[in-house]
Write a protein that binds this ligand. Structure first.
Ligand SMILES: O=C(O)C(=O)C[C@H](O)C(=O)CO
Ligand code: ZN
Length: 275
């Protein structure tokens, strides 16, 4: 398990490109037949990934840093298949087949979780501390709450699929969904926003290997950029905007943890005030 400590917006002017990347960008998150995890001290979010290849079940072990008997002893998790084909997640005695972009919410107290696939599935995991146990739920894009935003004129036409939120799959604090950009639209989350009560992580996927997303972060009056490749994540502290534009089409998983599960609890960062 890798660790990322929390940062303060006053540090941003002192960070060069490498410092920005080492604090906020998560690379190499999908090793073959092994689960990798990153523990962020921003709201204690854990992100993880695995690309199961051989058909052998890959078990989610509890890293020492959690000091737990099993990974979800005091946590809940959302899993999204960000690969190109189906894969299987075994949760205790139940088997879930996840098509690309399917989501599985796994409640606190679940002891045994393993990932199976033969090369096409890639499982992304986001976990937050949990004080109660909610039922495990599998959902497809068709089950999610879709919200259409943006327009072609501003190159930000997109559909936001909300899966885990206060009016969808119930959780303690995890909020999670998937956003798809319309063909020809490049901007996500523009106009941007911040949410002081929640940390957010974006995981970009479905981007061709030779293309990139330019992700903007920082306080609205002091922005920076990170150049992000396919299947890489960006940690966004509560004081930071999080938006980006791709050099080609892409999708992303957004996931939050913190004070509430109210998707709408955001403060807009108007385009004209960005610097
Ligand atoms: O394109 C968008 O706009 C988003 O997907 C925004 C995210 O859902 C988000 O940042 C939620 O706080
Ligand atoms: Zn947000």
């Amino acid at each position: 398990m890798r660790t990322r400590y929390a940062t303060n917006p006053e540090q941003i002017p002192t960070f060069d490109t490498e410092a920005l990347r080492s604090h906020y960008l998560v690379e190499d998150l999908f090793p073959t037949d092994r689960v990798d995890t990153v523990y962020s001290h921003e709201d204690r979010l854990v992100v993880g990934g695995v690309a199961p290849q051989t058909g052998t079940p890959v078990r989610l072990e509890s890293p020492d840093a959690l000091r737990a008997d099993f990974f979800l002893q005091r946590r809940e998790a959302g899993v999204v298949n960000v690969g190109t084909g189906a894969g299987v997640v075994d949760v205790d005695d139940t088997r879930y087949e996840l098509a690309p972009k399917d989501v599985l919410y796994i409640g606190r107290g679940t002891r045994n979780i393993s990932f199976n696939g033969s090369g096409e599935a890639a499982f992304y995991l986001v976990s937050t501390p949990a004080h109660a146990s909610h039922p495990t739920r599998h959902a497809t894009l068709a089950d999610a709450t879709p919200v259409s935003l943006g327009e072609q004129r501003t190159s930000n036409e997109r559909t936001i699929y909300k899966f885990i939120h206060d009016e969808g799959i119930q959780s303690c604090q995890l909020v999670l969904g998937v956003t798809e950009l319309a063909a020809g639209s490049m901007w996500n989350t523009m106009p941007a926003h911040i949410h002081d009560r929640r940390t957010e992580v974006y995981l970009y996927f479905g981007l061709e290997p030779d293309q990139r997303v330019v992700h903007l972060m920082g306080e609205p009056h002091q922005t920076r950029n990170l150049i992000v490749a396919d299947q890489q994540a960006v940690i966004s502290p509560c004081w930071s905007i999080h938006c980006g534009f791709g050099t080609a089409n892409y999708a992303f998983v957004w996931a939050m943890g913190g004070e509430n599960t109210d998707y709408g609890d955001v403060v807009p960062a108007p385009i004209t005030q960005l610097r």
